[in-house]
Design a protein around this ligand. Structure first.
Ligand code: ZN
Length: 207
């Protein structure tokens, strides 16, 4: 069953709560430990997730006003914001993660039906209707909640989300078929994350 706009909004909310619960349990030391993503501490990852909420907020603004507001002013700026965000104290960073998620939810909630249909351009240069914004956010917040490396796995994410993720990545990677196996493992495999499938080719990183 194809994902709906309501599905995506529900997954954003669900995974935002999952992530917030993990973040609340991290002290300063645990925040500076490595995440599951190469080269990034948990602070880098959380700064990226928070900056993503702000960036998607720019697209919501675009949809609401018609005034072109890109997610990031440049990729250099995007990376610099992650680096500087990663130097914040744990409590400030947690406040940014939670506050940015809340602001995005409020902004999305205020969009009218017509505004949801407005076209915006993603950081990858794709022109999409604003209804794609919750899916972009769901992908980021759900997958990175696992990448935080605090014990969550793909099996902790909603099945509907995992199915939609498999469809999305299969198309993006141009794969004619996906391997058989438990849904969380297939999704993790396609996303380039640790999985328990055997005899499958290495796909390389994804998001
Ligand atoms: Zn990301």
């Amino acid at each position: 069953m194809p994902r709906t706009h309501t599905d995506a909004l529900t997954w954003v909310e669900h995974c935002t709560q999952l992530l917030a619960a993990q973040v609340a349990a991290l002290d300063e030391q645990a925040m500076t430990d490595p995440s599951a993503l190469p080269g990034w501490t948990r602070k880098h990852l959380l700064a990226h997730v928070a900056a993503n909420a702000d960036a998607l907020g720019n697209l919501v603004h675009w949809a609401r006003t018609g005034e072109p507001t890109p997610m990031y002013s440049s990729m250099d700026q995007r990376n610099a914001d992650i680096e500087s965000g990663a130097t914040l104290p744990a409590t400030r960073l947690a406040a940014w993660v939670n506050g940015s998620a809340r602001s995005l939810a409020v902004a999305m909630d205020a969009l009218t039906t017509d505004q949801w249909r407005a076209e915006v351009v993603t950081a990858q240069g794709r022109t999409v209707p604003a209804t794609e914004i919750p899916w972009l956010r769901a992908r980021e917040v759900c997958v990175h909640a696992v990448d935080l490396g605090t014990g969550l796995t793909f099996a902790d994410l909603p099945d509907g989300f995992l199915s939609a993720l498999v469809v999305d990545i299969q198309a993006k990677r141009g794969l004619v078929a996906v391997p058989d196996g438990p849904l969380p493992d297939v999704a993790a495999y396609l996303a380039g994350r640790p999985h328990s499938l055997t005899g499958v080719p290495d796909l390389g990183p994804w998001l």
